[in-house]
Design a binder for this molecule. Structure first.
Ligand code: GDP
Ligand code: MG
Length: 727
């Protein structure tokens, strides 16, 4: 018996073709297009019959209108002759369906046995793929994406794989809906769109090629025509001479030319014997006119088969070098996705372990962020994570602002310098450069920007209930002496020489009116910076978006409470400074008061100073002038100056003490590093307090995620195997 199988020309690259077939067998074709031959064409154009002719495997033809699934015929060199039949699950098959198909397997010793068993076999296939037919009424599909795989093994087999897809049909025939039609068309498109597919466009010789949709479709996807081969079937049914000539003109390229040209093949007809797989007898017709005038390499199964192997070899050689790198790319991508999902969390133990990992990572961020240890993790390139630096910048700003703006009335600048200009020997009297309240340690202008831009709170509406978002501060008012005079007039008691402590306390309270507002706004900014850090650090520690959201909402109340704790502490410090009797143990206070008094004496003597020339020149005043130096003021002025100097000295001490306390207690201790810090909330101890239900809510997985992980796991294994095969 002469069949095409085993009699083709030597292949271009048998090892490569075999490797591609192994990949196909491992179903790698679902991840990456593999070089393949696909027969497409109208329904009943003779696709299945053509494949039977090419492969020598008796093929189900004319089955119930048309084939309901793709069939892949593979040849494999093996010591023993046999035919293996199995099913490759379609790309969208569920895991259960896949599992079921795995167990489908039949083996036949010869074509004859296969032929005898075909009807039963096809029934079994319909059942396995759940296709509805008369014999399988409980089926649910009209078409299936699963692929029937028929593998012919034997010592003389060549590596040739051909795929038969369902035919494109025009009219919606009985039991076939428009939806089915689209499904089949899409299936065909999916097979022919890849440039590693050789399209066998099957067209019956007895119809007008112009009516064949498949040629249009092929042109659409194979624009250069490098991989579309026309195959004309049923030449025996063409009776008229003119029609025969028209077919010859196609083959000769005179009509509707294709880059790869047309072949002409006579398959087994409906009336031919079932066992008549041999094509020699049938091809005798090509000896007659006008077929005999056609080039021999365009006629018959052998010529076609030879050409197909050549084309497949070419396309494989072209694809091969890229395959490994493409598969490696897919593999890396899958691994990345799989890692992003994190380990499986289907038990409460796994959930707890995973949550612990997240929390540990979060605490690592906190530790590094508080120590300004930013080199540990690339995540710190994100400025939101550079916590302590931002906090210090915000605080430096606050300190500066507080020194220059926190008092309601500007203290009076006084003090004179008496200097001798060495060139003219004349005395100069100039006001001192430094204002009384200027604090040499606080630079009044700084270069740190506020670090908290306008609108920064928009992202966190949960904070708006208790933070201050408007932090404009009014400048202090000008004439302090007038204010002191007014206060004295309104609240003086019968006290000679000095003023009462109640008057002092109320003066201080008025002078420190802005403290509360400024402090609230400072702490608000600190809370925002911390809150933003918590969000960002959580995003890095827990990339699973859904879990991240749940975790955040679980700790939100606790966080807000702790932020509130910081704010409360700060306001308590404001109250202590402003409501309590003003007092200090600091020697700086008396030093400042005495400094002011001394300065006033020096100021009033400035005009009486003279230059005395000796060995060195000196500025001197008469000693007896000192006792009368400041007796020239009335009670009122004297008292006002006393009030001013005392208030200024005390304000200075209290302000510094206050800023230090706010930083140490409210910010550093309460909000950053103490036991009630919001940064310490998300801890391992906290995870231990969660019950199973809470663990499930936070760390449990959606069924879809579980499925994705499984699918990715399989993909990774498959692709790994594919890389091993290709190496
Ligand atoms: P498919 O739907 O494209 O797979 O078409 P089939 O292979 O099932 O063929 C449809 C019908 O045409 C079957 O009855 C075949 O026997 C018949 N047929 C296919 N090729 C030829 C051929 O070259 N000559 C003759 N006479 N009949 C053919
Ligand atoms: Mg068919």
């Amino acid at each position: 018996m002469t069949t095409a199988s085993g009699s083709g020309a030597a292949l271009t690259s048998p090892t490569r073709l075999r490797k591609i077939d192994v990949l196909r067998e491992k179903n790698i074709g679902q991840y990456i297009p593999l070089p393949q031959l696909v027969a497409v064409g109208d329904q009943s154009s003779g696709k299945s019959s053509l494949l039977e002719s090419i492969t020598g495997i008796p093929f189900p033809r004319g089955q119930e209108l048309c084939t309901r699934y793709a069939t892949q015929i593979t040849h494999r060199r093996d010591d023993f002759e046999r035919i293996d039949v199995s099913i490759i699950p379609g790309p969208h098959a569920s895991p259960e369906h896949r599992e079921k198909l795995k167990s489908f397997h039949c083996q036949f010793q010869s074509n004859k046995e296969l032929l005898g068993e075909f009807p039963t076999l096809l029934n079994k296939v319909n059942k396995a793929m759940q296709i509805r037919t008369n014999d399988n009424p409980e089926g649910v599909h009209t078409f299936s994406e699963d692929v029937l795989k028929i593998e012919k093994c034997g010592p003389s087999e060549d590596y040739l794989t051909v795929i038969d897809v369902p035919g494109i049909f025009r009219a919606t025939a009985e039991g076939i809906t428009a939806k089915d039609r689209d499904l089949v068309k899409n299936m065909v498109k999916r097979y022919i769109k890849d440039d590693r597919t050789i399209i066998l466009a099957v067209v019956p010789a007895n119809v007008d090629v112009a009516t064949q949709e498949i040629l249009e479709l092929a042109k659409e996807y194979d624009t250069t025509g490098d991989r579309t081969l026309g195959v004309l079937t049923k030449p025996d049914t063409v009776k008229e001479k003119s029609q025969k000539m028209s077919v010859c003109n196609l083959v000769l390229g005179h009509r509707m030319p294709l880059t790869l040209g047309y072949f002409i093949v006579r398959n087994r007809g409906g009336d031919d014997e079932e066992t008549q797989v041999d094509f020699t007898d049938r091809e005798k017709m090509f000896l007659d006119d006008p077929w005999s005038t056609l080039p021999r390499d365009r006629i018959g199964v052998l010529a076609l088969r030879e050409r197909l192997q050549e084309l497949l070899g070419q396309i494989t050689d072209k694809a091969f070098p890229k395959l490994l790198s493409e598969i490696r790319g897919l593999f890396n991508e899958a691994v990345k996705k799989w890692e992003a999902l994190g380990p499986s969390r289907n038990s409460e133990r796994k959930q707890q372990t995973y949550l612990m990992k997240v929390v540990t990572k979060f605490q690592e961020f906190v530790r590094d962020a508080l120590a300004a240890n930013y080199s540990h993790d690339d995540a710190f390139n994100n400025p939101d994570l550079r916590l302590i630096t931002t906090i210090l910048n915000v605080t430096a700003n606050f300190n500066r602002e507080f020194a220059s703006l926190s008092h309601s009335h500007s203290f009076k600048a006084f003090g004179k310098d008496v200097r001798c200009d060495p060139t003219s020997s004349v005395l100069e009297i100039k006001p001192k450069v430094i204002a009384t309240l200027a604090d040499p340690e606080v630079e009044l202008t700084g270069d740190e920007t506020c670090c908290v831009p306008d609108g920064a709170f928009d992202e966190y509406p949960e904070l708006l209930d208790f933070v201050v978002t408007d932090w404009e501060v009014e400048a202090p008012e000008g004439d302090i002496m007038e204010w002191i005079g007014k206060m004295r007039r309104e609240s003086r008691g019968v006290e000679l020489g000095t003023f009462s402590s109640t008057m002092f306390a109320s003066a201080f309270r008025e002078q420190s009116q802005k403290w509360r507002g400024m402090t609230e706004s400072y702490i608000s900014r600190i809370i925002l910076v911390i809150h933003r850090f918590v969000h960002r650090a959580l995003e890095f520690a827990c990339p699973d978006v859904r879990m991240n959201e749940r975790l955040r909402s679980m700790i939100m109340d606790g966080l807000l409470e702790r932020y509130h704790g910081g704010l409360k502490h700060a306001l308590m410090l404001v109250a202590v400074e402003r409501e309590k009797r003003p007092y200090t143990w600091s020697g700086v206070y008396s030093h400042n008061v005495q400094g002011s008094r001394g300065q006033r004496i020096a100021d009033s003597l400035a005009s009486k100073a003279r230059l005395e020339h000796g060995r060195t020149s000196k500025v001197v005043v008469d000693h007896n002038l000192i006792s009368t130096a400041i007796t020239n003021r009335g009670n009122v002025d004297f008292e006002k100056e006393e009030i001013h100097d005392t208030l200024a000295a005390y304000y200075n001490v209290a302000r510094k003490r206050f800023v230090d306390n706010i930083w140490h207690q409210a910010v550093d201790h309460t909000l950053l590093s103490g036991p009630t810090s919001p940064l310490g909330l998300l801890s391992e101890q906290w995870v231990m307090t969660l019950d199973n239900g809470q663990l499930e809510i936070i760390a449990g997985e959606l069924p879809s995620v579980i499925k994705t992980r499984e699918a990715l796991g399989k993909r990774i294994l498959d692709l790994k195997e594919a890389m091993a095969i290709l190496r």
